[in-house]
Design a binder for this molecule. Structure first.
Ligand code: ZN
Length: 56
């Protein structure tokens, strides 16, 4: 995961499609392909995976 900073704005290269995702939100920024990243450029689990974690 590589986070770039351009003019104070953060971008991360999407692991799925390679598109530069603008990290406009601290919590969840969505790529054009639907993958979401947090403010650190870390890929977020899909909502399906979140539901599974709740069963723990
Ligand atoms: Zn993508």
């Amino acid at each position: 995961m590589t986070v770039k900073t351009i003019d104070g704005e953060k971008f991360v290269a999407c692991v799925e499609c390679g598109h530069d995702v603008h990290l406009y939100s601290m919590w969840a920024s969505e790529c054009v392909c639907g993958v979401e990243y947090n403010g650190f450029g870390q890929q977020l689990a899909s909502r399906k995976q979140w539901d599974m974690e709740e069963d723990f």
